[in-house]
Design a protein around this ligand. Structure first.
Ligand code: BES
Ligand code: ZN
Ligand code: ZN
Length: 499
């Protein structure tokens, strides 16, 4: 899919489908700006198909040579008075792309509504449009038949902007492509079966990112022996039931004169069976998704060489499988984490916090960063609290959390602040060790998981995103088909470029 900015009048666009957004009250005048002759056809549609210009409604008009484009797709829902956010804009564009796909176009043109250009910078507005076009066209066809793989795709998207906005429009295209490529890269990784995305596959993926980065990304992979030497026994404990060797992956991006050093950590459980605390078949079905945090980090490093933010970024992934076997860790076992804290493992299905504990400790000791942000499909409890579309956000610095919320809003991703409630800490006190990996009682599981992590972050500025819900879409929507969503990539990239 190629994107082009066009200053020309959309009347002269010569594409298969021209997409025009209109306001409820201005249907006729919007169409009239293209061609007076098309007003009659729009009126026909209004009468016969009940098109009223509301959000979600579309009307297809055959242009019959009145303008150069073959079809006109009229889409409602761009009321000037309504506050639009990034998510709504992306959603409206993605809905229009889905509708246009019914006509199997090779080329389309989009007229950017003036109300969007008033609300957002041109760069952001074009970024959203580019992203939406890419997400609505995304499908994971690696294991489908040839026919499915070769389905006709939109090849050219022409974006019509007022003449003065072309340069920032081009910047928006570049930023949109970098973010969308990274997000789709994450979707592919999450959608691949876990028999493919093993810990060593994730390590190879990181190494390939380094190879294609023109020396901007450096990758190190620590093997089991190195991990042992570092005393990452919580991580090793999780991995010990599996035949797949654990890998500790470190990615580094360092521009000249960086403003700060940020460590990004992704949960990298390549399959979560629950271990000996085995999950039920229904709960295990989607557990290839448990490396979505790790995939998000890889996606960010996919984009860094293009976006080149002025901040040093270290990505850390403790990758392993959580399997039951004769060698697996058992409920009641105690491990001594890298930090020296002892952890009583009472439920082997609460494994993410164990691998993350050692990774956070590694970040603190070895990287000495200004801040740490972890991204993890950590708890089902977070989905109970916030549903499938919203990530939970915790942390120990108000300022960091505020900027992350702002970045999420700019990226059109939903996060919600959750409390790091001090007095719930007693729920993860162990009788026999310093801390236990599950809580006493059944409520507030996402919070106690975050509290567990906070014990390893110590005083370093730290934020935690529980993406168990939004990492994976279980129904189809115009922006995300069933499967991995790439949630978090836009949020974190917006954060990094804002620094
Ligand atoms: N990977 C799961 C969390 C999860 C659940 C992610 C559903 C995405 C969708 C995590 O390792 C887990 O199993 N957590 C347990 C914790 C419990 C044993 C304290 C959970 O949430 O049930
Ligand atoms: Zn688990
Ligand atoms: Zn898990």
């Amino acid at each position: 899919m190629k994107f082009h900015i066009k200053p020309t009048d959309p009347k002269n666009a010569s594409v298969d489908v021209l997409i025009l957004f209109c306001e409820e009250k201005n249907i006729r005048s919007s169409v009239g700006l293209l061609s007076k002759e098309l007003i009659t056809q729009a009126e026909e549609g209004i009468q016969k198909e009940g098109f009223s210009g509301k959000q979600g409604e579309c009307l297809i008009i055959s242009t019959r040579g009145n303008i150069q484009s073959y079809k006109l797709l009229l889409c409602g829902g761009v009321e000037e008075r309504e506050e639009k956010d990034a998510y709504t804009v992306k959603r409206i564009v993605a809905d229009a792309i889905k509708k246009s796909q019914e006509m199997h176009p090779f080329s389309i043109a989009i007229v950017v509504p003036s109300s969007w250009l008033l609300k957002f910078s041109t760069k952001l507005c074009i970024e959203y449009i580019v992203e939406a076009c890419r997400y609505a066209s995304y499908s994971f066809t690696a294991y489908k038949n040839e026919e499915e793989k070769q389905k006709r795709q939109i090849e050219h998207v022409y974006i019509h902007l007022p003449a003065g906005k072309i340069a920032s429009g081009e910047e928006g295209i570049n930023q949109g492509i970098s973010i969308a490529d990274a997000t789709c890269f994450v979707r592919d990784l999450v959608n691949e079966p876990s028999s493919v995305t093993t810990p060593s596959f994730l390590a190879e993926t990181a190494e390939n990112l380094s190879k294609t980065s023109k020396k901007m990304i450096h990758v190190d992979v620590l093997e089991k022996e190195d991990i042992k030497k570092l005393n990452m026994n919580a991580f090793l404990g999780v991995s010990q039931g599996s035949d797949e060797l654990p890998k500790f992956i470190r990615l580094a991006y360092k521009p000249s004169r960086p403003k700060k050093k940020v460590v990004l950590i992704g949960k990298g459980i390549t399959f979560d069976t629950g271990g000996l605390s085995l999950k039920s078949p229904e709960h295990m079905e989607t557990m290839k998704l448990d490396m979505a945090g790790a995939a998000t980090i890889l996606g960010i490093f996919h984009a860094l060489p293009y976006l080149q933010p002025r901040v040093e970024v270290i990505g850390l992934i403790a990758a392993c499988e959580n399997m039951p076997s004769g060698k697996a860790i058992k409920p009641g076992d105690i491990v001594k984490a890298m930090s020296g804290k002892t952890i009583e493992i009472l439920n082997t299905d609460a494994e993410g916090r164990l691998t993350l504990a050692d990774t956070i400790c590694y970040a603190n000791i070895k990287e000495k960063p200004d801040e740490i942000i972890d991204v993890a499909t950590l708890t089902g409890a977070c989905m109970v609290a916030l549903g499938q579309d919203i990530a939970g956000l915790w942390g120990n610095r108000e300022e960091l959390l505020r900027v992350l919320e702002k970045s999420a809003f700019l990226a059109g991703e939903q996060v919600w602040r959750m409390p790091l409630e001090e007095h719930y800490k007693k729920l993860i006190k162990s009788h026999v060790a310093d801390i236990k990996n599950i809580q006493t009682g059944k409520y507030g599981g996402a919070i106690t998981a975050a509290l567990f992590l906070s014990e390893f972050a110590n005083s370093t500025a730290w934020a935690h995103l529980d993406i168990a819900g939004p990492a994976f879409e279980e129904k189809d929507s115009s922006l995300t088909p069933y499967g991995g969503t790439g949630f978090g990539v836009g949020l974190l990239l917006h954060y990094l470029i804002s620094l």
